[in-house]
Design a protein around this ligand. Structure first.
Ligand code: SF4
Ligand code: SF4
Length: 79
């Protein structure tokens, strides 16, 4: 089934403390923990690269304001 991507997010990897709240909040499961560590020793959250619907739930959930959400003017459709 084709996947519609309506935007994307950027996560400040150094500020992220790996609490996972954004991962739980994302309704389309497009955020995961990175396999690498940041300088504080946390596994930061990262965007998987497609499928974001720009709902901003992650933005509002993050206690450290690490996430910026961008919305495309046109949806990107991928297989
Ligand atoms: S904006 Fe919404 S869909 Fe996109 S990563 Fe955040 S919670 Fe998920
Ligand atoms: S909610 Fe914020 S601090 Fe927590 S894992 Fe997500 S980006 Fe990192």
């Amino acid at each position: 089934m084709a996947k519609r991507t309506l935007g994307y997010i950027e996560i400040d990897q150094e500020r992220c403390k790996g609490c996972g709240l954004c991962i739980d909040a994302c309704p389309v499961n497009v955020i995961k923990f990175s396999e690498s560590f940041n300088s504080k020793g946390y596994h930061p959250a990262e965007y998987i690269g497609e499928g974001c619907i720009a709902c901003m739930f992650c933005y509002y959930m993050c206690p450290d304001v690490c996430i910026t959400v961008y919305k495309y003017k046109q949806p990107v459709v991928t297989k």
